[in-house]
Design a protein around this ligand. Structure first.
Ligand code: ADP
Ligand code: X15
Length: 407
């Protein structure tokens, strides 16, 4: 029994405002297809088939990052999965958006522009505060109901994720319903597991990794760390890695935000995690090359994957585990040259009979990209940070608002 109202409780033939999460990797300005489009398409298709006028909200990237782009490409990709036309308007709650909303007929679908282009969207605020914003107050009167399906953004207390549920009858979409119920039980499962429990942590958001290391220390025996967090943990140990070189702009800011915590972790809890002992990078011939951590005197290039020595030290730990959880790729798996770490660790998990969950909006894409069968894993989550919050027992603000509104 879901803790919140679901689409089973929603009447047909209404005008429904729907929050989905289509946040995707963007390479040279091109939005990359990923697991999220086909998963969220299920809710969109169901609502349209039930004669609703469906208006979608979603975000892409963060202001100032290269992946902060319009949703016009997202509309084209989503259309392929929904199997119905997705109209797109380059506006969020201005006159153009309102005109497009009012023009919708039953069964039609409209995608609004990237919510993070609205000033009201991004500040983390209480639902009651977001509910008063121009964004929420302007759009709400045009709708009969609000559906939040964006489980993978449920850890963000933004206007489009927590504000509308206070102004409209609120329901969970099919992704929210499934992921919330499944992931909320995972942390308990980890604690109940008698044998070795391992977690693979990577990606490019170190605050997520630190959160799970801080909150799951009692449930996870060993953290296998890669990706950008792997470099930053090593920087905290004093190695000459974990800083931006060239036109990179991902590491130094994260280092400033997290260095105190990282230095404390490596000093006081070093035995709980394994760190890379070698890295892969792009050499002068644009090929994959590897370098041992011990041989790095000064970082001269970006490290884009863990090296094979690290893989060979991580795989036996996975093979000895009774449960393995993954969040975040340990390398830039979107580039085949730097996918070895992520693919070989996930393959090792699939070969064992351990209880396994692969989480991470981008990471989950590894399976489809490299032909790994989802049948070899107990759950594939399209959420990253939200999945971590569920694992660590931290609030998913957007889900909590749906629960409060249902009771
Ligand atoms: N060493 C690395 N350098 C740069 N980016 C990396 C590195 N390792 C992993 N990544 C990137 O991290 C991204 C996933 O990060 P994140 O969003 O935190 O994970 P998820 O979305 O799976 O939760 C991938 O797109 C991958 O390219
Ligand atoms: O991709 C997302 O988070 P994730 O990378 O942790 O899965 C969500 O869409 C939230 O995006 P944000 O981390 O830019 O707020």
């Amino acid at each position: 029994m879901a803790a919140f109202n679901t689409l089973d409780d929603l009447a047909d033939g209404q005008r429904v405002l729907v929050r989905v999460d289509l946040n995707s990797p963007v390479e040279d300005g091109v939005v990359q297809d990923n697991h999220r489009f086909d998963r969220y398409a299920e809710t969109v298709r169901e609502l349209a088939d039930r004669d609703n006028k469906v208006v979608l909200m979603a975000h892409q990237g963060r202001p100032g990052r290269d992946d902060f782009v319009s949703l016009d490409q997202h509309a084209e990709i989503l259309e392929e999965y929904v199997g119905k036309p997705i109209n797109f308007v380059e506006d969020i709650y201005g006159d153009d958006a309102i005109d497009a909303i009012e023009a919708l007929d039953a069964g039609e679908i409209l995608l609004l522009e990237n919510t993070r282009m609205a000033d009201d969207e991004l500040p983390e605020k209480a639902p009651e505060e977001h509910a008063k914003s121009d964004f929420v107050q302007t759009l709400s009167p045009y709708f009969d109901a609000f559906v939040n399906d964006a489980y993978s953004a449920a850890h963000r207390a933004h206007a489009s994720t927590v504000g509308f549920a206070l102004e409209l009858p609120a329901y969970a979409g099919r992704v929210m319903e499934a992921e919330y119920e499944y992931n909320t039980g995972v942390a308990e499962r980890a604690r109940e597991t008698e044998g070795q429990v391992t977690m693979v942590l990577g990606g490019n958001k170190s605050e997520d990794v630190i959160s799970v290391v801080n909150n799951l220390g009692d449930a996870i025996d060993t953290f296998l760390i890669g990706g950008l967090p792997g470099e930053l943990f090593l920087r905290a140990e004093g190695y000459p890695v974990g800083m931006d070189v060239g036109d990179m702009d991902l590491l130094d800011d994260q280092w400033e935000e997290t260095k105190d915590t990282l230095e404390d972790l490596v000093e006081n809890r070093r035995d709980e995690f394994e760190l890379p002992t070698d890295f892969a990078y792009e050499d002068a011939a644009d090929e994959r090359a590897e370098i041992a951590l011990a041989d790095i005197e000064e970082k001269e290039t970006g490290y884009l994957d863990i090296g094979h020595d690290t893989i060979e030290s991580y795989v036996p730990i996975i093979e000895d585990s009774e449960a393995v959880f993954v969040k975040g790729a340990v390398g830039v798996f979107e580039d085949e040259r730097f996918a070895d770490g992520t693919v070989e660790l996930i393959e090792a998990i699939g070969r064992t009979d351990c209880f396994s969950v692969v989480g991470g909006g981008d990471t989950a894409r590894t399976l489809s990209m490299y032909g790994l069968s989802e049948d070899n894993y107990d759950h594939i989550s399209i959420a990253g940070g939200a999945y971590l919050n569920a694992l660590t027992g931290q609030e998913l603000e957007a889900a909590e608002v749906l629960i409060e509104q249902a009771n």
